[in-house]
Design a protein around this ligand. Structure first.
Ligand code: PEP
Ligand code: MG
Length: 754
């Protein structure tokens, strides 16, 4: 097998000389392709660069037909070159023409070459071009050659990215892209509207110094930099404000673990050994990681890899002497943060009072940053394709967390329409705030209990702000989901204690771990299931692996320290599951008593009604439980056999359909008859029209997202229980796909806002 002539270090030195020449980009590119071809003993070396419109144009070649330069081009995803750009990873084959992705470009004359090695020219994890070498004979390029070509591609990325000549020769589309308005349709991840100015989360660190002058010195710098990175994480951990939440600590601890990862460090040192500076080595390894990350299907692995990516950025900033992130700098009062992705700790780093919204290129409903954004009430749009590339700092921008729309540099009419919306919402918020101290009582004197759903420490201030009656659902799994390892008992107890303290005299209902289904713990071995929502989850897992459940129960019982404690179990499908769960709690009580711990003054154990089978066990169940809470999100999905997360099924069946409401009515009436408190804590409780229907079928206690308390309370204060009950009863006599329009009618007639 032929070997490189001179190896990567020699090539890098030669490239540096070419780059220092006062020549045009084209001439330098042409010299570079010649050098690479010679160094790698290749007959062909070509550079393709991405032009506006997603075309990869042949910019320079040594070996292919020179007339095809600036003429031959391939779309991203088209041919081998397009595939490399689309996958952002190298492609190495000894028989190019048999490759399934091969596309023939007759003008280049490349049919003579069998072997093909191409690597992406990456900037910020995205391919902006492709660098290719080809040989006539069939040969497989070695790993060292792939590495060397990747390193060379970095030099090219820098040259192309910073060269004014090239920009001038580009289609002007790209320049215009940064002036004109853009509309992006993303995914709504956290509700609300943000109107403000762009803050780029990670002010780009442009690595300009790629080729090392003194390799030993670069190794030293890398070691010093990683040492500083570790110290800075330790400092952040020690400075952590306890009121900022345990979740912040857990994320930082994961960072600390990654910062000590030997594999990561040794890869960077290897890159330095090939002739790169410390910064370039970090970027090189980060590019690889990022390309890998983008190909991962499993969102949980992506999430962890993102943490790695973030860590590399921190290191890059240390090495280049730049400030940490935008969070550490003064940001405008109407900041809309724009990022490819972000960890939850990074969002918590920002001054909440200045952040109006968040837009991510990535992001998913279950990602940790989404959970935290919702808890902080920050509108969030995810899947905002190319948003980072399309914005400049300080650009006016609108993020609509209700619809998923993003408007970059919006036109004045869009801006006005949104300003109206925001003003309207602000007025409404002020009205809701005025209701904070008043109880939710209907016009005919019925008191309705309104509680909030929570799951993180950052949620707790909402309880007071919203003027809620308590926490109707505390989702304990969120602490587990954002941690890097199982939270220890001490950590669990401390969170539960803080929750109880924040709630004061108001009741808190803790739900035992509801993991499985979409709530996967990254550190727990994840068994692939055909139907995870109906799989080994929630109480099933707790009963089969009682150690985890018992530990949690012990933490809860200890946290109560003499106060009342309320716990409910998710996804109970038969009475016996409740009995077994209760027996485990009894066992923990006996253990704590034996060891002299203070037990809660009262223990209330309940079930979540999420599985329809409970309907036909209700009589017996109601003699055993202290309360019932209907989890209408899951109940509806099982009632209608309709996946709650499936975008095509969203809205197909309505919770306000006759069968669903009859079902809910029967649960409420059985519980009311038995004198067992019943609550409903699914999303529907937070929608005024739905909440009105729930009151109509007999619910007097509902629990919802904190932002919904105001609108729901306002609706209740204008509602007569008698007339809504009568109206709903009448409507339920006939079959309806939904009674929503009739209820909207009712609300309008009775001057009820919704
Ligand atoms: C529900 O299923 O309605 C519920 C409240 O629980 P979760 O949304 O956490 O599954
Ligand atoms: Mg549920």
């Amino acid at each position: 097998m032929p070997t490189s002539a001179g190896g990567p270090r020699v090539l890098l030195r030669q490239l540096r000389e070419v780059m220092a020449e006062p020549e045009s980009t084209q001439i330098r590119l042409d010299k570079i392709t010649v050098l690479i071809a010679a160094n790698m003993v290749a007959e062909v070396c070509s550079v393709y660069l991405l032009r506006a419109g997603h075309q990869l144009e042949l910019f320079s070649t040594e070996g292919l037909n020179p007339d095809s330069v600036h003429k031959a081009s391939l779309g991203v995803g088209e041919g081998l070159v397009g595939k490399i750009a689309a996958d952002a990873k190298p492609l190495n084959t000894s028989d190019a023409q048999s490759h399934p992705s091969f596309a023939y470009l007759p003008e280049t004359g490349e049919e003579d070459y069998q072997s093909f090695l191409g690597v992406p020219v990456l900037r910020g994890g995205y391919a902006i071009g492709v660098l290719v070498v080809q040989n006539r004979v069939a040969r497989h390029y070695s790993d060292e050659e792939v590495e060397a070509l990747q390193t060379t591609a970095m030099v090219l990325a820098e040259m192309v990215g910073s060269d004014a000549m090239l920009v001038a020769s580009e289609d002007i589309d790209d320049d215009i892209a940064h002036i004109k308005s853009h509309h992006i349709r993303g995914v709504a991840l956290a509700g609300g509207i943000a109107l403000g100015h762009v803050v780029l989360h990670e002010p780009r660190v442009v690595v300009t110094n790629i080729i090392a002058e003194d390799i030993a010195h670069e190794h030293e710098r890398l070691d010093k930099g990683t040492g500083e990175l570790r110290d800075s994480i330790d400092r952040m951990l020690s400075r952590l404000d306890p009121s900022r939440g345990g979740e912040h600590r857990e994320v930082l601890e994961a960072y600390r673990m990654f910062a000590h990862d030997r594999g990561w460090l040794s890869k960077m040192h290897e890159a330095v050994t090939t002739g790169l500076t410390a910064e370039a080595a970090v970027e090189r390894v980060q590019n690889d990681n990022r390309a890998r990350l983008m190909r991962q299907k499993d969102p949980y692995i992506r999430e962890r890899l993102h943490d790695f990516d973030d860590l590399a950025n921190r290191l890059l900033r240390i090495l280049s002497g730049r400030a940490a992130t935008a969070a550490a700098e003064e940001i405008p009062e109407d900041a809309v943060i724009v990022a490819r992705n972000m960890g939850p700790a990074e969002l918590l780093d920002y001054d909440r009072d200045r952040v109006r919204g968040l837009i991510l290129e990535d992001g998913s409903p279950t990602s940790h940053v989404t959970i935290v954004a919702r808890a902080l009430d920050i509108p969030l749009v995810g899947s905002g394709e190319r948003v980072v590339d399309l914005v400049d700092p300080d650009d006016p921008i609108i993020a609509d967390g209700d619809s998923g729309e993003v408007y970059i540099r919006p036109s004045s009419d869009v801006e006005e329409a949104y300003s109206d919306k925001v003003r309207f919402r602000a007025r409404r918020q002020a009205q809701y705030a005025a209701l904070r101290g008043s109880p939710a009582v209907t016009t005919d004197g019925h008191r309705i209990r309104l509680s909030v759903n929570a799951g993180l420490l950052v949620d707790l201030p909402h309880l007071e702000e919203a003027g809620a009656d308590g926490i109707g659902l505390f989702r304990t799994e969120l602490q587990f989901m954002i941690a890097s390892a199982f939270p220890r008992m001490r950590e669990q107890t401390s969170l539960y204690r803080s929750v109880l303290e924040a709630a004061g005299d108001k009741p808190v209902v803790f739900r035992s771990l509801d993991i499985g289904s979409d709530k996967v713990l990254p550190y727990l071995k994840h068994v692939k299931e055909e139907n995870p929502a109906m799989g080994w989850r929630a109480i099933r897992m707790s009963l089969d692996r009682p150690a985890l459940f018992r530990l949690q129960m012990r933490a809860l019982l200890r946290a109560a320290g003499g106060k009342p404690m309320r716990v409910m179990f998710p996804m109970v499908a038969e009475v016996d599951e409740f009995r077994r769960a209760r027996a485990l709690v009894d066992h923990e009580c006996a253990f704590l008593r034996k060891h002299g711990h203070t037990l809660p003054s009262e223990i209330h154990l309940g079930v979540m009604f999420e599985v329809p089978s409970l309907m036909w066990q209700l009589d017996e169940l109601l003699t055993l439980v202290d309360f019932v809470s209907v989890g209408s999100n899951d109940l509806q999905q099982f009632f209608y056999a309709s996946d709650r997360g499936h975008p095509r099924l969203a809205g197909r069946y309505d919770a306000l359909s006759t069968p669903m409401l009859r079902f809910l009515r029967d649960i409420a009436s059985a519980a009311n008859k038995a004198g067992v408190p019943v609550n409903l804590c699914g999303e529907m409780a937070g929608r005024p029209i739905d909440a009105m229907a729930l009151i109509g079928v007999g619910f007097r206690s509902i629990s919802m997202t904190p932002a919904a308390i105001g609108p729901v309370k306002e609706m209740i204060m204008a509602l007569s229980v008698e007339s809504i009950t009568e109206t709903v009863e009448l409507l339920l006599r006939e079959s309806h796909h939904t009674i929503r329009p009739q209820l909207v009618d009712f609300a309008q007639k009775h001057n009820i806002s919704f």
